[in-house]
Design a protein around this ligand. Structure first.
Ligand SMILES: NC(=O)c1ccc[n+]([C@@H]2O[C@H](COP(=O)([O-])OP(=O)(O)OC[C@H]3O[C@@H](n4cnc5c(N)ncnc54)[C@H](OP(=O)(O)O)[C@@H]3O)[C@@H](O)[C@H]2O)c1
Length: 309
């Protein structure tokens, strides 16, 4: 264990999923804040001076090696943005639930465990909830993603039982032009082929990549935060509002509606859960703890994410 603690000082952090959209932004931000980062990597990468090896869902990290760290930030998981065959669904699930259980058991077995485990989860936890305002205290919803998120969060229990401060960060749709849902929306919108999906009434809870990274650093430093924490901007919008804002920022028309039946036909169950589900989520715990959002409103957030003036 390094000399510091997790309260606003330099910490030795282990990060999984460091090659992903969020990990690629998080690692340099941690380093810029003075923290020392080690990556938890999968084969074919070999462990190196600044990396440690695991191979989920088969092989977890060595418990002894985990004693080096003050905190672990666990982002790894098979992409959900693909057609959900039974085989892919099993990979999406096991990479998160079994992967987190492996890590969590290894942390539970460490003699001097890290102090904090911060784990990705998603607002998909809440299922399809219409216009209901959802906070961390709201019960879980139904569906494939909701069940995965519930089990993903529950898989951190061994680490919590061994005294780690566990935070389950329920991420909303992350706005970045580098990847994720917004980057995939850009080509049709740029061609003027965008429009509201399924009437546009369902809610989207979103956050800029910069605010998401900021919230992870904030949670790392806030010893009072544990359990579920919604990582979403304070102003969720309907799909229609999102469509209008994106069209305005791109200066393109977006009037071609995409009916729900077409979404189901093109994307199957994944389309139903990722593109048609409604989650109106508030970041109650982040706000109560004093987190400051750089981009609380959608239009400036999109301008920032897309670097449009
Ligand atoms: N981006 C969003 O809008 C969003 C929203 C809600 C929740 N989340 C969650 O936040 C986490 C990070 O998101 P992200 O956007 O950075 O995801 P991402 O770009 O898809 O990256 C995820 C990382 O997980 C690792 N990974 C991929 N397949 C894996 C597998 N089968 N088993 C184990 N690890 C695997 C890879 O890192 P290595 O190769 O380095 O291991 C990959 O770079 C994910 O769990 C995602 O579900 C993201």
């Amino acid at each position: 264990m390094s000399v510091s603690n997790v309260q606003g000082e330099i910490v030795q952090v282990l990060v999984s999923g460091s090659t992903g959209l969020i990990g690629r932004a998080l690692v340099p931000a941690l380093e810029a804040a003075g923290h020392r980062v080690t990556r938890l990597v999968r084969p074919p990468l070999a462990p190196g001076e600044d990396s440690l090896l695991w191979n989920p869902p088969a092989i977890g990290p060595e418990s002894d090696a985990l004693q080096e760290f003050d905190a672990v930030i666990h982002l790894a998981g098979e992409s959900v943005a693909q057609r959900w065959t039974e085989n892919q669904k099993a990979r999406i699930r096991s990479s998160r639930v079994t992967g987190t259980a492996l890590l969590s058991h290894a942390l539970a077995a460490a003699q001097i465990p890290p102090r904090a485990l911060i784990v990705a989860s998603a607002v998909g936890y809440y299922g399809d909830r219409g216009a209901e305002l959802l906070s961390e205290d709201s019960p879980p919803g139904r569906g494939f993603l909701a069940e995965i998120c519930r089990d993903w969060e529950a898989a951190t229990e061994p680490a919590a039982s061994n005294g780690l401060r566990v935070v389950n960060l329920r991420f909303g749709l992350v706005l970045s032009r580098q990847g994720g849902a917004l980057a995939r929306m850009l080509p049709p919108f740029r061609m003027g082929l965008g429009g509201p999906v399924a009437g546009g009434h369902h809610y989207i809870s979103w956050i800029t990549l910069d605010d998401l990274v900021g919230s992870i650093l904030f949670v790392l430093a806030q010893n009072s935060l544990r359990g579920p924490v919604n990582a979403v901007a304070p102003n969720p919008v309907t799909n229609a509002e999102f469509t209008r804002a994106l069209a305005k920022v791109l200066r393109r028309p977006a009037v071609l509606p995409l009916p729900a039946s077409a979404v189901r036909l093109m994307f199957g169950e994944m389309g139903q859960e990722l593109l048609l589900s409604s989650q109106r989520v508030e970041p109650a715990r982040l706000i109560a703890a004093g987190f400051h959002f750089g981009f609380p409103d959608l239009e400036p957030a999109l301008r920032h994410a897309l670097q449009k003036s």
